[in-house]
Design a protein around this ligand. Structure first.
Ligand code: NDP
Length: 419
């Protein structure tokens, strides 16, 4: 029986914690640690009496690697699941190394302060060398490879849905359906409606930074960067219907490009409604998405952080959101000398997720794979020394776990391709 420590108590953590508490065959103890202890206690109260898993809570500032390491050492978990923000990835990895415990997260590192000159120098060099300008990338965490290897520890990066499940789908397609994969299109459709004119489905700061950035994709090993939202397609999604989707930069393109270099083109599309795009453009035009502090009435404020305070908390969208998500991948390539195409995807219903764990489907589709990744690492099924993404392990146990823990997937051997 395993001992788990979760850092963070937001939308995704809430689902992962519900799932850890359902998974009594793997987990016996759980520590929920976050910046605001009341949120940890609230989750503990919600679950008390409904699970055999022993839950304790603690306050921690995960930006402080030393304090985080001390807490990990005192609790001695089998694995630390980082469900705080991408800003904390490196300090929590440092803490895990110091405490000698495996590390798991759902999103790659991004600095909180993109004006930090030390970070900017490395970032600008990377933009020039690699050709994509997103603030988030894997280089910072891949740089920990030797440290984790030497310590005999595993770091599993990006085990949410996308990234996470989408890369497992790619590994599964490669293992069972293709001799060579030529193209991968990752399609993320949220057909849910929360009734607000504008709200984000996960942390607004992280979400808005991601979607307002230039789009990019990999073609023949090179990044092609485009203006934000400048490539649009319509797609008819099973379970949802026709939606407009836009090409975005996304983290799994980088990992899949590195680990499956034979794939000629990798793209990522996400659906957005017109109202969302109009609001986002307006907020960007007036400077509300900026991360650079401004002085207001003698106080320094960061516009995007202030905006976060005004927007609905994603954790409150659950009861209002109706409809389904459809997220997956379309592959083309060859098998036994013949052309083949294939889609693997999951459909998830917002209201069913709410009934089960009190959250909407975006948090659900991230929190379930987070639990699965942590489970496989802690059980030793996905364990090897070093830093890995989810496409680098045997996909079969993960695919079985998706069916078991609430995210069943479908295979379509004749999907409509995206032009
Ligand atoms: P939330 O903002 O809802 O929750 C973040 C939590 O982290 C909060 O409880 C927050 O505490 C806590 N936190 C923030 N800073 C610190 C700190 N310094 N020390 C300790 N705790 C801290 O975010 P989400 O749940 O929506 O997202 C969680 C993660 O999941 C993010 O990294 C996000 O990028 C990722 N994600 C990944 C997806 C995927 O498919 N791969 C999809 C969606 C999200 P407080 O309550 O005090 O604010």
């Amino acid at each position: 029986m395993k001992k788990m420590m979760v850092i963070g108590a937001g939308g995704v953590a809430s689902v992962a914690i519900h799932k850890i508490c359902q998974n009594e065959e793997t987990f016996r103890d759980l520590l929920i640690a976050s910046r605001t202890k009341e949120k940890c206690d609230k989750l503990k109260d919600e679950l008390s009496g409904k699970t055999k898993v022993n839950i304790t809570t603690a306050q921690v500032d995960a930006d402080d690697a030393k304090a985080t390491a001390a807490l990990i050492k005192s609790y001695q978990p089998d694995v630390v699941l980082n469900l705080a923000l991408p800003y904390q990835d490196l300090s929590i990895m440092d803490a895990c190394l110091e405490a000698g415990v495996d590390y798991v997260d759902t999103a790659n590192y991004e600095p909180e302060d993109t004006d930090d000159p030390k970070w900017r120098e490395i970032y600008e060099k990377r933009c020039k060398e690699l050709g994509f300008s997103a603030y988030f990338d894997y280089s910072w965490q891949w740089a920990y490879e030797d440290k984790f290897k030497e310590a005999g520890l595993t770091a599993l990066l990006g085990t949410g849905f996308d990234p996470g499940v989408t890369s497992v789908f790619a590994a599964y397609a490669k293992k069972h359906y293709f001799d060579t994969i030529d193209t991968i299109d990752i399609l993320d459709c949220n057909g849910g409606d929360h009734g607000y004119a504008f709200a984000t489905n996960f942390n607004p700061e992280v979400n808005l930074r991601e979607v307002s950035a230039p789009g990019s994709y990999l073609e023949n090993g090179k990044w092609v960067e485009i203006a934000p939202m400048s490539i649009k397609r319509e797609y008819d999604f099973d379970g949802v219907g026709k939606k407009d989707m836009y090409l975005l930069h996304h983290e799994e393109i980088e990992a899949l490009g590195k680990h499956m270099p034979e794939v000629k083109r990798i793209r990522f599309f996400m659906t957005f409604g017109q109202s969302y795009l109009d609001h986002m453009r307006c907020l960007e035009d007036v400077g509300m998405l900026s991360t650079t502090p401004v002085m207001y009435e003698g106080r320094e404020i960061v516009p995007i952080k202030f905006l976060k305070e005004l927007l609905p908390d994603p954790a409150t969208l659950g009861p209002r959101t109706k409809g389904k998500t459809n997220i997956g991948c379309i592959f083309t390539g060859k098998k036994d000398g013949k052309d083949r195409k294939l889609a693997i995807y999951n459909i998830c219903d917002h209201q069913e997720c709410y009934k089960e764990v009190g959250s909407q489907a975006i948090s659900y589709t991230t929190g379930v794979p987070a639990m699965i990744g942590a489970m496989l690492v802690s059980e030793g099924v996905w364990k090897k020394p070093g830093v890995f993404t989810t496409d680098e392990f045997d996909p079969d146990p993960y695919m079985d776990a998706l069916n078991k823990w609430g995210l069943p997937w479908k295979v379509d051997e004749d999907p409509v391709l995206v032009d």
